[in-house]
Design a protein around this ligand. Structure first.
Ligand SMILES: Nc1ncnc2c1ncn2[C@@H]1O[C@H](COP(=O)(O)OP(=O)(O)OP(=O)(O)O)[C@@H](O)[C@H]1O
Ligand SMILES: [Mg+2]
Length: 468
């Protein structure tokens, strides 16, 4: 409800302060009223960033931000109405004020400047009263004034970009990798006791979001023993929709390096699949499988797909990554590898790698390293959280930033399965206010959506240029 209020309020403030509006307000004789509105607005605006961060814990704060957002929209509408009427007036002047008949009609209609002024006066008064109530309510919350974003205060943006393109190294996971490779290169007891007609078996990697399932499978997929062992390797990202028609097309594309034509029938595509896989020992990775109702994987869908894959040679393997244990059972896995969090030392190495540009640089900051241990612990072994925190602090060397992250209340929030990781929420809060809507607009796109070009969108009347 209270999302992006800061951005919206800033737009409204810019509108109120713009020269064009100052002129319009002067012409309509409402300058004093609008100046008072502007003053109240700017005193409230100082605490919006803090309120946006704290609203998660305090429902009343979220409602307060919602009310403020409504007022912002109303002010915006009002300014637009002013501008529109001004334009109408100028048109009238240009046309020499029209005939007497026309002027009489205008006098008795809503166009009449006197009537308009009266109506606007009421409107401004009503908005001001609502805003005054909001300003009084503000004092009920322990909000801290913030003039801008803490990230934009001291960070040279070009350095930030540099830190995000650092070469990526996987830390730890040697044992997990070894175990999975053993599973895929050898037949398990369960497989040996199976009907010989079952040529394909499934190994599932389960674990929390961001724990490193995909990263681990990439390590396995590219291991030289695995490359050598299989005649063919294919990688398909499944995501929410387990749609056999799409998956078969993508498996064919991955196997043959050629996309299937849009017009090709499913029957033709599945024949292509059969001829590509026939008698070949293959490894297929199905990354990020979900079982969300009918759109996710179901036993029936998996049986259908597995029947098509069964033309492969005996010993072919499917590796599935999923957050859900039930996906592993729906897909009749011969082995389920539950991926645990990284140990503390690995989290620390990863954090240091992300937080410091140069190797060994961390030794210059022993006071920060003490705090880093606390932050790494709070990430509970989730590399995505560790990476995010390291990147967040990579250009900050002031102790208070680091302590602020470690001691933030957000770590204490209870975590449900579908809740956002506290580390991600923290890094979102630290985004510049103009970047928050840019980031959030991406949530409108489906999971794993491939962005192919630059695009720009309009959110809350704000044009967000070239997001990618
Ligand atoms: N062992 C590791 N060493 C370094 N970084 C890692 C490691 N594992 C994961 N990461 C980092 O964490 C991020 C999340 O990892 P990954 O995408 O593999 O998680 P996941 O378990 O597949 O998550 P999801 O359930 O959302 O698919 C990666 O982009 C990578 O930057
Ligand atoms: Mg993944």
């Amino acid at each position: 409800m209270g999302q992006f209020v800061y951005t919206i309020a800033e737009n409204v403030m810019n509108g109120l302060a713009s020269y064009a509006y100052q002129e319009i307000c002067l012409a309509w004789g409402v300058t004093d009223e609008l100046n008072k509105l502007k003053d109240t607005f700017s005193s409230i605006k100082l605490v919006i960033l803090d309120a946006e961060e704290k609203q998660r814990k305090e429902l009343r704060l979220s409602q307060w931000l919602g009310k403020l957002k409504d007022v912002c929209y109303d002010v915006d509408d009002m300014l637009n109405d002013f501008a529109f009427k001004e334009l109408q007036m100028q048109m009238l002047i240009l046309r020499g004020r029209g005939s007497i008949k026309e002027q009489v009609r205008i006098f008795f209609s809503g166009w009449n400047p006197v009537v308009f002024n009266f109506k606007m006066g009421h409107r401004i008064k009503e908005i001001r009263e609502r805003l005054d109530v909001i300003a009084i309510e503000k004092s009920q919350f322990p909000l801290v004034e913030r003039a801008g974003d803490w990230q934009s205060q001291s960070v040279p943006t070009e350095r930030e970009t540099h830190s995000f393109v650092q070469a990526y190294d996987v830390i730890g996971r040697e044992d997990d990798k070894k175990q999975i490779i053993i599973h895929i290169l050898n037949l398990t007891l369960k497989e040996k006791s199976r009907d010989v007609q079952e040529n394909v078996s499934v190994i599932s990697i389960t674990g929390l979001g961001g724990i490193g399932k995909t990263t681990l499978v990439k390590l396995v997929y590219n291991d030289h023993r695995v490359v050598k062992h299989f005649d063919m390797r294919m990688w398909v990202c499944v995501s929410d929709h387990f749609d056999n028609k799409r998956l078969v097309r993508e498996i064919v594309a991955s196997a043959t390096n050629q996309n299937c034509g849009d017009q090709e029938s499913f029957d033709r595509v599945q024949k292509k699949l059969q001829s590509a896989l026939k008698d070949k020992q293959f490894l297929l990775v199905l990354d990020d499988v979900w079982d969300k109702g009918q759109i996710g994987v179901t036993t029936a869908k998996w049986i259908d797909l597995k029947a098509l894959l069964n033309v492969g040679a005996n010993g072919s393997k499917v590796i599935v990554t999923t957050r859900s244990e039930s996906v592993a059972s729906i897909m009749d896995s011969v082995c389920v590898h539950q991926l645990r969090g990284l140990p503390h030392e690995s989290c620390m190495s990863l954090f240091i790698k992300r937080a410091f540009d140069r190797k060994g640089e961390e030794q210059r900051y022993p006071h920060l390293m003490e705090i880093a241990h606390g932050i790494a612990k709070k990430c509970e072994g989730v590399p995505l959280a560790v990476t995010t925190m390291g990147s967040l602090l990579c250009l900050k060397r002031e102790k208070h930033f680091w302590s602020e992250v470690r001691d933030n209340d957000i770590w204490r929030l209870p975590q449900g399965n579908d809740d956002i990781l506290p580390a991600l929420k923290l890094s979102y809060d630290a985004l510049s206010s103009y970047l928050k809507p840019c980031f959030a607009i991406c949530s409108l796109f489906p999971k794993d959506y491939v962005f192919r070009s630059r695009f720009s969108v309009v959110v809350d009347g704000t044009r967000l240029h070239s997001i990618l």
